[in-house]
Structures are given as C-alpha cells and as structure tokens.
Design a binder for this molecule. Sequence first.
Ligand code: ZN
Ligand code: ZN
Length: 121
Amino acid sequence: MEWYWWVLIVFWMGGFGWAADTGRTALRTRHERRLERLEAAKRERLALEAANRPPEPVCGCTHHLAKHDKQGKCHERVEIPVAWDESKHPVRYESGQCNCQQYVGPQPLSQVFAEELTDLA
Ligand SMILES: [Zn+2]
Ligand SMILES: [Zn+2]
C-alpha cells in the first residue's frame, strides 16, 4: 500500500469524526431548543391559568369571605393573646372571634349601577 493511502484514511477518519461531532451537536441543540420551547409553553399556560382564575375570596384578615356574615363581621375563631412576658411575647392565648369588619372600601366600578343615558334633546 502506498503511503498516501494512510494519509487519505487518516483524513477520512478525521473528517468522519468531525461530521459525527457536528451532527451530535446539532441534535443536542435542537433537543435543547425543543425543551426550551416546552418550558416557554408551560410558563405561558401557567400564566394564562393564573390570569383566568378568579381571585381567591379571601378577606384582609386572611379568613375566607365565607366566614363573614352579611354585615361583614368575621366569625372565624382566632387565638387572642391575653398574657405577655416581659419581652412582649404573648405567653397565653384565649379563643376569641376575629374582629374584622371586612371593610372593602369603595365599591368596585362594575358593581355601581349605571343609570341609563337619557336623550336630553
Ligand atoms: Zn375579614
Ligand atoms: Zn377574620
């Protein structure tokens, strides 16, 4: 066998290795991109779900609105500190009623009754 065959074979092997490497890299990049796309889609779906979900009807006192009566008084039982140590840490609690009045502030615009527009002319 002539010596240049070896050179050709070495070149061919090297070239083959390079091509395989490039192919692998391309495959990996495509796979990573696919994963990224999936991640993005998932994030988008979660954001959409969060946007469509109605807000939790939880009062400012952290109790569910269902615990409040029509007047807004909260009926949830809470632990009320009745004794404190010298460093103002409550040491004894008594069961009591949450004294939340459920002030919700001015009515949201959607609940305001809009009078029908009358034609003044
Ligand atoms: Zn409340
Ligand atoms: Zn409450």
